[in-house]
Design a protein around this ligand. Structure first.
Ligand code: SF4
Length: 179
């Protein structure tokens, strides 16, 4: 019967999942360590350029969450920039689609040395759920060298922060200088 279902949907509350609990102190401590590590490695705060190589936008929502009032990355000086020419880190999301390969290679070449590349989410690691598609070449590593992978579908903002922190605090690794 259509009418009971229609009435239930019209009168019922929207079905939404509750937002996950976020510890302000834990996030602030994580971001402060990240900012300190960026200053130690680079002498200034970190600039991040996000490149969507063909994602479903789930990973972008988590990257966006880093800038929302809960996480507010910019209060610590870390910021997303509009051009790879201003970036220290490229954060790549989604599988590497054929249409995005050239754009990604240009973005990588335009990023000044030293630089890091982070594959964000299962799709950027190896193609994820899109693996095998005619339009997909694999993970981001099929086009550019990747320094860090952050798995998950999608990874949570805290995982992204922890990943960036491990990248900067790695003592044996140096930022990539292409030539
Ligand atoms: S890892 Fe998951 S959320 Fe991220 S682009 Fe792939 S399918 Fe979407």
């Amino acid at each position: 019967m259509l009418w009971p279902k229609l009435a239930r949907n019209l009168l019922g509350r929207p079905v939404t999942a509750a937002a996950p609990a976020v510890s302000d102190e834990a996030v602030a401590a994580l971001v402060a360590r990240l900012e300190g590590a960026a200053r130690a490695r680079l002498g200034r705060s970190l600039a991040i350029r996000a490149v969507d190589c063909g994602s479903c936008n789930g990973c972008e929502l988590e990257l966006n969450a880093l800038q929302n009032p809960v996480h507010d990355l910019e209060r610590f000086g870390l910021r997303f920039v509009a051009s790879p020419r201003h970036a220290d880190v490229l954060m790549l999301t989604g599988p590497l689609t054929r249409n995005m390969r050239e754009a990604l290679e240009h973005a990588y070449a335009a990023t000044p040395d030293p630089k890091w590349v982070v594959a964000v989410g299962d799709c950027a690691v190896d193609g994820g759920v899109f693996k095998g598609s005619y339009a997909v070449e694999g993970g981001a590593g099929a086009a550019v060298p990747v320094d860090l992978i952050i798995p998950g579908c999608p990874p949570a903002p805290e995982q992204l922060l922890a990943g960036l922190l491990s990248l900067l605090e790695a003592e044996t690794e140096t930022p990539r200088a292409s030539s």
